[in-house]
Write a protein that binds this ligand. Structure first.
Ligand code: SF4
Length: 65
C-alpha cells in the first residue's frame, strides 16, 4: 500500500491553495468537521480498505494497493 500526491502539479497546487484558505478542511466539501479535516475520514477509510485503489475525493492523493 502506498499513498502519493497526484502527479499533476496543477491539481496539487490548486487543492493545497484551497486547503490553505479553509485552514486544512477539505476544499471540496462544505462541512467543517473533524471528519472533513485533511486527510479526511473518507480517505482514511479508503486507505484502510484493502480493495480500494484510487484518488481521494479532491484528487490530491492517490492510494495504490
Ligand atoms: S478528499 Fe483529499 S484533499 Fe480533500 S480532505 Fe480528503 S484527503 Fe484531503
Amino acid at each position: 500500500m502506498k499513498v502519493t500526491l497526484n502527479t499533476n502539479e496543477e491539481v496539487v497546487k490548486a487543492v493545497q491553495e484551497g486547503l490553505k484558505q479553509t485552514g486544512g478542511y477539505c476544499p471540496c466539501r462544505r462541512e467543517r468537521t473533524p471528519e472533513t479535516k485533511c486527510m479526511c475520514k473518507e480517505f482514511r477509510d479508503q486507505i484502510k480498505d484493502e480493495n480500494f485503489e484510487g484518488y481521494c475525493h479532491c484528487y490530491l492523493y492517490y492510494k495504490s494497493k
